[in-house]
Design a protein around this ligand. Structure first.
Ligand code: GDP
Ligand code: MG
Length: 602
């Protein structure tokens, strides 16, 4: 197929606005799948995706369509559908020249619509605006059209109106894609050069990479080299995804296809890498920042006998998800485990759900944390001032005496809400230390708010609170915005004077008192009474913020004895003392595991 009859595009939309449904309709319309085959949402392959209704891993499909007597090749590149995955959306868009911007006719423009629009706009992509669900009783496409005009300056006559569910207007979408989105600017005569923009792991064939061929061609049997690792490979297989793998012997510039070359690990398939033919070296294509984990959590087996199983489950899943980082970790109370890095809280939840569903592993997850940046004071081992370290595990947070300045990761959050919930949402953002950037009316009853927010304040139930406050009507999206200096402190928990690192927390100084008090009361509730009194304390920078005592059982083991036998009495008292010692040890060092799980569960 000549280059001018190739179109590479994505559908971008807020979650639930109908991206998967439209993708299914496009597949049916072009004959890639049979109509009413009952296989809904073909591109959502993972079980969690079907359950949660969100796309996690980007998939892609090549479609053929006849238009005005010519065959066109339409490559639909699916993008993950949630805020946690915006860096992945961005990389999927690198292989596109245009997008279909899909907006629900009832919900209107939402936070992810805005974020996705700016991603596509920033990459200079052609935007085909489409209002979906016009069949809904409450559909108000005129109003959505006005929103598109006021927010993005999209002209009303450019906006298509469809029902993906009923298949109304789908043909017009395909034709707009062909008419409006330019073909890729590629060169088939130049030496081979391709962008690696996605990859996943296959048990039998190793890492498979999805590539966009910028120049030249690639054939089965060719030698290829990675710009990033400089490793060379032999091309074992090439395929189009339609959506099942359709083997092919050659791919040419402008096409998107799957390459198998016996890569042992998905770490070798570096997303954003340029691959080329080692006999004709080329300039690397403009890559993109690989996605960076933002949220970290410890993962431990329920008991150490499950350690081996859990390890192999984590390894397998991480192979398939290059955005997850894995490091070995251990804790006195929870044993051997790992510290994993995720793109966001949803990514973490999806990963742990997949561990359970696909591998039957039941791990314990510790409270999530972000990565703090610390500038250390000079000391005798470290003469240089201004040394910077990064810490994502509260247990490893250094003593405050050693820290010169602390920084925390920030985001810019976008919230779209009906204006009647404005008051509650502004309070929530303030409580989470947010600073308002702007408030804009997008029509006569909806407002778009932008806030600077600390990442750590939104990773735990910010989204849920927002939904509760707004009866589900507010939407939220965020984007990474670097580090900001902040008064952070380590909130430690002491049991009878001994620090329990698994329960440490990094908090803003203004919140230390409240959180410390809350944790102490909670632990008082959870920890069972024992033979000795247990003092539960929250400490911060060497000061005690809160304290509760868990009273001991009073048991006089000699009460039942009638004076008499002194040696027996002594023996019993000695036993009781030994028991106390053991208990103290339990209280100080290894509390019952359930205690940690209960506290961490929140
Ligand atoms: P995604 O999250 O953007 O992939 O959205 P889905 O395609 O999963 O659709 C979300 C929900 O909206 C599903 O229940 C669909 O059946 C429904 N839906 C999608 N398109 C339409 C439409 O045109 N009309 C109506 N009434 N419902 C639709
Ligand atoms: Mg979907």
């Amino acid at each position: 197929i000549p280059v001018d009859r190739i179109r590479n595009f994505s559908i971008i939309a807020h979650v639930d606005h109908g991206k998967s449904t439209l993708a299914d309709r496009l597949l049916e319309f072009t004959g890639a799948i049979r109509e009413n085959s009952g296989q809904n949402q073909i591109l959502d392959k993972l079980q969690v995706e079907r359950e949660r209704g969100i796309t996690v891993k980007a998939q892609s499909v090549s479609l053929l369509y006849q238009y005005k007597g010519d065959n066109y090749l339409l490559n639909l590149i699916d993008t993950p559908g949630h805020v946690d995955f915006s860096s992945e959306v961005s990389r999927s868009l690198s292989a596109c020249q245009g997008v279909v911007l899909l907006v629900d006719a009832n919900d209107g423009v939402q936070a992810q619509t805005v974020a996705n629009f700016y991603l596509a706009f920033g990459k200079d992509l052609t935007i085909v605006p489409v209002i979906n669900k016009i069949d809904l009783k409450n559909a108000d496409p005129d109003r959505v059209t006005r929103q598109l005009k006021s927010l993005f300056d999209i002209e009303p006559y450019d906006v298509l109106r469809i029902s993906a569910k009923l298949g109304i207007g789908v043909k017009a979408v395909i034709e707009a894609i062909i008419e409006q989105i330019p073909p890729p600017a590629v060169n088939r005569q130049s030496p081979f050069r391709a962008l690696l923009f996605d990859s996943w792991f296959d048990k039998y064939r190793g890492a498979l990479s999805l590539i966009f061929i910028q120049d030249g061609n690639i054939k089965v049997g060719d030698e290829i080299q990675s710009c990033h690792t400089k490793k060379t490979y032999n091309v074992k297989s090439l395929a189009l995804l339609r959506p099942q793998e359709d083997p092919i012997t050659q791919l040419v510039a402008g096409q998107i296809g799957l390459v198998g070359c016996n890569m042992r690990s998905s770490k070798e398939a570096h997303i954003g890498d340029t691959i080329y033919n080692p006999s004709c070296p080329v300039e690397p294509l403009q890559g993109f920042e690989p996605s960076r984990p933002m949220v970290f959590a410890g993962v431990y087996p329920m008991d150490q006998s499950q350690h081996v199983n859990l390890r192999s489950a984590i390894e397998k899943l991480a192979l398939n998800d290059s955005a997850v980082t894995v490091e070995v970790d251990s804790s006195p109370a929870l044993g051997q485990g790992w510290r994993l890095g995720f793109l966001g809280l949803l990514h973490l939840e999806v990963f742990s759900q997949r561990l359970q569903q696909e591998y039957g592993a039941e791990p314990i997850l510790t409270a999530p944390s972000v990565t703090y940046k610390l500038r250390m004071k000079p000391n005798k081992h470290n003469v240089k001032t201004g040394r910077e370290i990064f810490v994502n595990n509260p247990a490893l947070f250094p003593d405050f005496m050693q820290i010169e300045e602390a920084f925390e990761p920030m985001v810019v959050g976008t919230i779209i809400t009906p204006d009647k919930y404005l008051g509650g949402i502004i309070s929530l953002c303030m409580e989470r230390r947010g600073v308002q950037r702007s408030a804009t009316n997008i029509d006569n009853e909806r407002v778009m708010l932008q806030y600077d927010l600390p990442l750590c304040e939104i990773i735990v139930d910010f989204h849920d609170s927002l939904k509760t406050i707004s009866s589900g009507y507010a939407s939220f999206d965020y984007e990474d915005n670097g580090y900001q200096s902040s008064s952070l402190v380590k909130l430690g928990i002491l049991l009878n004077g001994v620090v329990v690192e698994e329960l440490s927390n990094i908090v803003h100084i203004t919140k230390a008192q409240t959180i410390g008090r809350r944790m102490v009361l909670k632990l008082k509730d959870i920890i069972p009474r024992q033979m000795v009194q247990i003092a539960v304390q929250a400490v911060c920078n060497g000061k005690i913020l809160a304290r509760e005592n868990i009273r001991a059982y009073r048991k006089d083991v000699t009460a039942k004895l009638y004076g008499g036998d002194v040696t027996r009495r002594m023996k019993l008292l000695a036993q009781q003392a030994a028991g106390k010692k053991k208990m103290r040890m339990v209280a100080n060092i290894s509390l019952p595991r359930e205690t940690f799980i209960d506290v961490l569960k929140k």
